[in-house]
Each structure stands twice: as structure tokens, then as C-alpha cells.
Design a protein around this ligand. Structure first.
Ligand code: PMP
Length: 416
């Protein structure tokens, strides 16, 4: 018997054994764990009725761009001026969606044509964040995949696509600890994005800095400021940078923010003003009081790191130690963010996810990391280790490694 055949028999037996167990583990989405949420429970105590007089105007309608204290905090976090900040509602996804919606119906500026009256395409670095792709799909925006590298999207591809096609109006970017690979955009990538010639004069980059302060490594990685780079390049309106506290305090009960040119802020305010008289200013105040300032927020994120980093270690250790051979799977160990991407042999990802699900381990659906849910090589699997506790995560990784071994060795054996 060949080595592969012997190993396959053993993994097949392990798989059959797992079938008999009652497994119920969900690793589909990057939700913070209960322990992480508890880090912010004290935020519930920071507003006191005795202080109400100081903040009377925050209890009423108005101040649509956000309270000055929140703008000051986010200006610091984005490293821009306060006039370049808009504080949104509880979700940056909502903010990104609403910007695309406004651009569809009204165009990107006072004198621009609405995107709905033109052909619209978006560049999508892949693998990427499924909810970005869903926004495009919901508006019929054609998605063009571009290859993601460990220093950002392949800029040769990006530049050659945008220079000739006026229908390419936008691009999604997750510049730091990207979802799902945990890659970071290099300074050169940022400069090229800011400077590149685009055939569309209403081209915008949606810079989703969801993991801007979610460091896990020793080194604090910083991405070059896109807004400043665009301003220096003579494309001041190109950058729309968003962030939220969803994975700092409470997902769904955090605050979001946009950093962009003053011109864009003014224009978007006029459009957002139609749909709301202002977001939740008490939640803005609660967040500012809880964090104090940027240093306070960084200290808070260090506590998240203490909980998250050991989980990233577990995933890395299991993949390093339990896979049949390093050739059957590639993965990286991100220095921050929420996800780890593993790349298995071509045409194996869906079967692995399916077999995990049959056993009772739910993993992000294969293909979710690609536009239209289609991974052409069927090889990318996204691991979201945050929500499980370390023991559950070890069990999940044990199962996942058995299934990867079983499915990929089967494939190798068939192709022998
Ligand atoms: N962008 C990225 C890249 C994300 O991974 C997530 C959360 N999974 C979001 C945005 C959603 O953020 P929010 O809760 O602020 O809408």
C-alpha cells in the first residue's frame, strides 16, 4: 500500500468515528466572544443622569455630523482633521451601503451623473469580504475580481483595468488585516491607488478600515493614509475611509465613522440628512467617555489581543501539526484582524466545508470570499476563530484537519 492509501484509510476511519459524535460548533462568522464583549460592559455605566445638564443638546435632534467629542476621537484614529469626519450610525457596513446607494441615485458629487444612469463596475480584491460583494449585487454593480497579494491588490492589474474602462467607478479595499487573509497594504500600494489614472472621473475607493486597531502581533502595523495620499496626488475626493467600534465594544451597538474630504462630507451630509435628523449621540458620548482618547482605545484593544492572539495560535499550531503534509494546504498567520484563510488543493474547498457541516461543524461557506459566491478554483476556506472558546476551537480544528486530510488525500489518491 502507498503512504497516501494508508493515511487515507486512517483519516477515513477518523471521519467515520466523528460521524458518531454529537458535534455542534459554529465557526461561520467573525463575532467577538462573550469574554470580549464583557471588556466593554462598563461602558453601560459611563452616562449619569446627574451629568445630563452638561450634554442637553445631545438628548435632542440635531448635530447631524456627530458630536464634537466623537469627531475629535475619530479624527485622531484616522489621522485626519475633524472637518473630514462624519459620525454614522451603529454600522460601517450601513455607511458603505448608504454611500453606494446615494452615488447610484445622485452621483458622487453635485455635478456628477448618477451611477444608475451609467454602466457601473467595481474592482473587488479576492478573496474579500462577502458583504461588500452583496452590496454590489443588490445594485446590479458588476464585480471584477483582482488578485490579492500579501501587500495589497495586484496593482498592475488594477492600474491596467481602471485606465481604459470608464465604467469602473469604485473599488473595495480592506487595507489592514484584510478580511479574510489578514494582509496589509504596502505604502507603494497606497501611493499607486492614490495616483493611478482612472478613465472614470467619478471613481471612488471605499477603504474599509474595519481592523485598523485590531493588532495581534508584537509590531503595530500602520497603513499609509489614503486620504492624504489622494490629496497629494490631486485626487482629493477619491478616498472614502470607514471604521467602526463594532469589534471594539459591541457589534450592532457601536458607532461608525467616515473620513473623507470636506467636500465629500458636505455633499454626503446633504443626502444623509434626508434619511435621518442625526444618529445616536448618546451612544457617541458613551463611547468617547468609555475610551477617553486614542490611547485609551489602544489600551482597550490590547485586552482584546490577549483574548484573540491565543486563538490564532491554536489555529496555526493545529494546521502546522495535524495536516498530512504542508503541500496539501497553505495558510498565513495574520498579525491582526479576525480571520485566517486556508487555501486547500483546487476543487476541494466546498467538499471540505460540506463534510464539516455533515459532522456538525459549521464553517463559512466555500465561495463566500469571492464575488457572486464563486471561487473559480474552489480552494479558499475562511476560518473565524474569535467566537469559540479555546477548548471549542481546538475541537473544531481537530475536526477540520481530519476533514482536510480526508478530502485532499482522496483527491490525490484518485489522481495518482
Ligand atoms: N467590514 C469588514 C471588512 C468586516 O469584516 C466587517 C464585520 N465582519 C464589517 C465591515 C462590518 O462592520 P460593522 O459592524 O461596522 O457594520
Amino acid at each position: 500500500m502507498t503512504n497516501i492509501q494508508e493515511a487515507l484509510q486512517s483519516y477515513s476511519a477518523q471521519y467515520d468515528q466523528l460521524m458518531k459524535e454529537d458535534i455542534n460548533i459554529d465557526m461561520t462568522r467573525g463575532k467577538p466572544s462573550g469574554e470580549q464583549l464583557a471588556l466593554s460592559f462598563e461602558m453601560l455605566d459611563v452616562l449619569k443622569s446627574k451629568d445630563a445638564d452638561t450634554y442637553l443638546s445631545y438628548f435632542n435632534y440635531g448635530i447631524p455630523s456627530g458630536i464634537p467629542e466623537a469627531k475629535a476621537l475619530f479624527a485622531d484614529l484616522f489621522d485626519v482633521s475633524q472637518n473630514e469626519i462624519y459620525i454614522g450610525g451603529n454600522s460601517s457596513l450601513n455607511l458603505m451601503h448608504d454611500m453606494v446607494n446615494k452615488f447610484m441615485f445622485y452621483g458622487v458629487s453635485e455635478d456628477a451623473l448618477p451611477w444608475k444612469d451609467q454602466q457601473v463596475k467595481f474592482l473587488c480584491p479576492v478573496p474579500g469580504y462577502d458583504r461588500h460583494f452583496t452590496i454590489c449585487e443588490s445594485y446590479g454593480i458588476e464585480m471584477i475580481p483582482v488578485t490579492m497579494t500579501d501587500h495589497g491588490p495586484d496593482m498592475d492589474q488594477v492600474e491596467s483595468l481602471v485606465k481604459d474602462d470608464p465604467a469602473i467607478k469604485g473599488m473595495w479595499c480592506v487595507p489592514l488585516y484584510s478580511n479574510p487573509q489578514g494582509y496589509n497594504y504596502s505604502d507603494e500600494t497606497v501611493e499607486r491607488l492614490a495616483n493611478m489614472h482612472t478613465a472614470a472621473d467619478d471613481f471612488r475607493i471605499i477603504w474599509d478600515n474595519a481592523y485598523g486597531y485590531h493588532h495581534l502581533g508584537e509590531e503595530v502595523i500602520k497603513v499609509k493614509n489614503l486620504l492624504h495620499a489622494c490629496q497629494s496626488a490631486g485626487n482629493p475626493e477619491r478616498a472614502l475611509m470607514v471604521m467602526s467600534t463594532s469589534k471594539m465594544t459591541f457589534p450592532g451597538a457601536g458607532i461608525s465613522a467616515l473620513a473623507t474630504s470636506e467636500t465629500n462630507i458636505k455633499y454626503l451630509l446633504s443626502l444623509f440628512g434626508v434619511q435621518t435628523i442625526g444618529h445616536d449621540k448618546l451612544n457617541q458620548l458613551r463611547h468617547v467617555k468609555f475610551f477617553g482618547d486614542k490611547d485609551g482605545l489602544i489600551e482597550h484593544m490590547r485586552k482584546h489581543k490577549e483574548i484573540m492572539a491565543p486563538k490564532f495560535d491554536v489555529v496555526d499550531t493545529y494546521l502546522s501539526e495535524k495536516l498530512y503534509s504542508p503541500e496539501i494546504c497553505k495558510w498565513n498567520k495574520p498579525q491582526g484582524g479576525y480571520f485566517i484563510t486556508i487555501e486547500v488543493l483546487d476543487h476541494c474547498a466546498s467538499e471540505i466545508v460540506e463534510k464539516c457541516s455533515v459532522l456538525g461543524l459549521k464553517v463559512t461557506p466555500a465561495g463566500a470570499t469571492h464575488p457572486y459566491g464563486k471561487d473559480p478554483n474552489d480552494s479558499v476556506i475562511r476560518i473565524a476563530p474569535s467566537f469559540l472558546n479555546v477548548e471549542e476551537l481546538k475541537e473544531a480544528m481537530d475536526i477540520l484537519c481530519v476533514v482536510i486530510n480526508y478530502v485532499t488525500l482522496n483527491k490525490l489518491y484518485e489522481n495518482q
